[in-house]
Design a protein around this ligand. Structure first.
Ligand code: NAI
Ligand code: MG
Length: 336
């Protein structure tokens, strides 16, 4: 029995999270879900986007499956996602992007894993207007040796344990000579400790172009927070979009699994959201919990449903499609 904090989230969150819970239940892994609230629902119920009971539950269970949370642009509360990552020191943002048969995209056989530093730099929330007229603003991005070292080590460790061949270090050390330079120096020091894994470094703008041109030349990618945020969405675009991109936020004492996409208010409440990303995130979570067989079963079942391309959501097949619930049923049918 695993105790897991379940955060349904905003927008399409509750419906895709329900899909994930049903799929996990169908694997037979027994889970004691502790449902907690955050985001807009948190504000409604507790006047707080990140209520104390939710934090308390994650502190206790150390693991959470989380739906997307809405964050207002440029005003209001700070991003709850950023706050959660900081609160639990979830310094690894692990975002795989893999091609699936049946999913139309520009490339097949893409199999990338992005390791994004999840706490430091421009997401640390140190921001202010420089003048009273609000004509200038400043965001401070601090990069540390400690933060750089542990994210790069996580990427190389992952490569080693998962039989990956190459780690690419992405940076902008030519312009940001101090912060980018520190990250690159530390990353190169770490790389030396893994002689069995090939490594290279590349400037982020070139990386964006290279990824679009030929993603098959890359394997594991490690980078700083902002670049990792952007490049991981780019990678998900290479394999058919955000509907298929799972993510994990991992620290030394807790982990939160989620989809890369947001709360998609434009399609909420219509039973049309693609549940694949959160289901893939659930499989990552089961792996993390040591439920390797169940994770494998989920990935296999989803692969079949995607390949058949019949009982899938509208984003995956604009002519013949089903709803979120029906696609979930189909995945569950293939689990048996
Ligand atoms: P979004 O990811 O919610 O939506 C982008 C586009 O992709 C939309 O057209 C949406 O309909 C589509 N889409 C997303 N997920 C989909 C799915 N599962 N199936 C089918 N189509 C899907 O990004 P957006 O619109 O920029 O952000 C909306 C809200 O989500 C914002 O408040 C943002 O702050 C929040 N957000 C939360 C995240 C999290 O909780 N981890 C991550 C990203 C955004
Ligand atoms: Mg993002």
């Amino acid at each position: 029995m695993h105790n897991i904090t379940l955060i349904p989230g905003d927008g399409i969150g509750p419906s895709i999270v329900e899909s994930a819970v049903r799929v996990i239940a169908a694997t037979g892994v027994s889970i004691n879900w502790d449902t907690q609230f955050a985001g807009l629902v948190g504000i409604e119920k507790f006047k707080d986007p990140l209520p104390e009971p939710t934090l308390e539950s994650i502190r206790k269970n150390k693991i959470s499956l989380k739906g997307p949370l809405t964050t207002q642009l440029g005003k209001g509360f700070r991003s709850i996602n950023v706050a959660l990552r900081k609160e639990f020191d979830l310094y690894i943002n692990l975002r795989p992007a893999k091609s699936y048969k049946g999913v139309s995209s520009r490339y097949s056989n893409v199999d990338l894993v992005v390791f994004r530093e999840n706490i430091e730099e421009f997401y640390s929330g140190i921001e202010h207007y420089v003048d009273q007229q609000k004509n200038a603003a400043e965001t401070i991005g601090i990069i540390t040796r400690f933060g750089s070292q542990r994210i790069v080590e996580a990427a190389f460790d992952f490569a080693k344990k998962n039989n990956r061949k190459k780690v690419t270090i992405v940076h902008k050390a030519n312009i940001m000579k101090f912060s980018g330079g520190l990250f690159l120096d530390v990353a190169k020091e770490v790389a030396v400790k893994y002689p069995e894994i090939e490594s290279n470094d590349i400037i982020v703008d070139n990386m964006a172009m290279q990824l679009v041109l030929n993603p098959l030349q890359f394997d594991v990618i490690v980078t700083t927070n902002l670049f990792g945020d952007i490049l991981s969405d780019l990678c998900s675009g290479l394999v058919g979009g955000l509907g298929l991109a799972p993510g994990a936020n991992i620290g030394t004492s807790a982990a939160i699994f989620e989809a890369v996409h947001g709360s998609a208010p434009d399609i909420a409440g219509k039973n049309i959201a693609n549940p694949s990303a959160i289901i893939l995130a659930s499989a990552m979570m089961l792996n993390y919990l040591g439920e390797v067989q169940a994770a494998l079963k989920i990935n296999k079942a989803l692969e079949i449903v995607l390949a058949e391309n019949k009982k899938v959501t509208r984003d995956l097949n604009p002519t013949t499609f089903v709803g979120t619930t029906e696609m979930t049923d189909e995945i569950i049918n293939h689990l048996k």
